[in-house]
Design a protein around this ligand. Sequence first.
Ligand code: NAD
Length: 495
Amino acid sequence: MMSQTEIDRLRLLPVPAGQLFIGGTFGAAASGETLVSISPIDGTVLTQIAAGSAHDVDLAVTAARRSFDAGHWSRAAPAFRKKVMFRIAELIEKHALELAVLGVRDNGTEIAMAIKAEPGSAAGTFRYYAEAIDKINGEIAPTAPGILGLISREPVGVVAAIVPWNFPLMIGAWKVAPALAAGNSVVLKPAEGASLSLLRLAAICAEAGLPEGVLNVVTGYGTAVGAALGLHMDVDVIAFTGSGGVGRKLLEYSARSNLKRCYLELGGKSPNVVFADAPDLEVAAKTSAMGIFRNSGQVCVAGSRLIVEDSIHDAFVARVAAIAAGMRVGDPLNLTTEAGAISSAEQMRKDLGYIDVAVQEGGQLETGGAQILQETGGFYVQPTVISGIQPHMRLAREEVFGPVLGVMRFHTEEEAIRLANGTDYGLAAAVWTANLGRAHRMVGAIKAGLVHVNTYGGSDNTVPLGGMRQSGNGHDKSLHAIDKYTDLKSAWIQL
Ligand code: NAD
């Protein structure tokens, strides 16, 4: 039940200290060390979380390997694996509001969005991959008579999933669910600033009957836990979502250890291209504003570069700025809030720094630009629109990961394509046009893993999400994700 009264009750519950989950048991880090979880809503200490070390990672990888070799999950009948994963989905739904409120207290996403994007999406993802378990067949190769060529996929073994703070449950499920469906054991490393809902997920998986050691969660600093997973000789695959800088490190760790496969879902600087012939400019303006400002811009696919045709530029930008200025920013646990808190004080300073640089470099502030609600003790930034952005400026090239929209102007379709592709990234994009031919040309010409047409955001488990260029290589979602967590095996049989 999603009522303000229930949310207000849940927000006051004490948050127990976060512990590691290894081999089916919750416990402290071996060193006893902890890190502090600060709530971005009001800047207060929410709880302490175990700060794992390389030693804890080793224990978790050993537990994962032992469970994989024992075969209670990896070689279990598909019907059993399906049943457990459906049960996980049911339990996530049963505890949806509790999970969402806990997550919001940790990372500041507005609750109206969090309830759908976090437990809602995670439950759907577990269900989607549960359904896939007994529907993916192997192949028989068209060999010459007398030979039987079998092609199958088998689980890789131990998967390490390293996830960011913006949508921990959703992104965690995108990795954990297909990895489990394929029969692997998993070590999950949440972000420092968003561990709590994933620890709750571990308890839910145990309650659903997932055998011990199949899912382990090691919380702590990236430089300790994440690096130890990256360097571990017995981790077979890294599934990562986060920044490009850490993605680069993971490739190095792999090269320095066992050449484990690394799937990297990295950032973006996604273009949102609006042509004058868009079917409905009011819908385009509203959707464009939501495409950058929901979750205060802390969305990997956020449409952070608005690229507008010259003839409608001024009116369209004025409309987007008016929508931004009218957004309800504030307490993320209020159901009417449209943009919640920035996840940390450090991220807020980064956002404000990018705004200053954009203005210094010649951008015009159309709306926003400042920190607000300081009296709450939390971290809030106004939805900000800056026009006059040129391709060389930092706001045109670097990911802010905050509520900051840079606006560029174009005259021709060719120029729009050049601007859209003018970054190192290639995660998402959108095109607004009623011209079908142009829509198809733009989808083909824009280097991005996901191109929306006449909408922004919103997709489901049936389509992959992943990047091109420096946005990475590892698509989450859809049946393609199963490939990441399986090895291809051929058998050549002389009959
Ligand atoms: P981050 O790269 O700082 O951290 C991501 C994870 O990596 C965290 O769990 C962190 O603890 C861990 N980590 C940090 N240092 C590490 C190291 N040296 N070795 C191993 N692991 C380490 O990213 P973030 O700030 O949590 O999230 C924001 C970034 O994530 C943005 O760039 C955003 O675009 C990206 N992101 C991408 C997608 C996508 O689907 N492509 C989705 C969400 C977020």
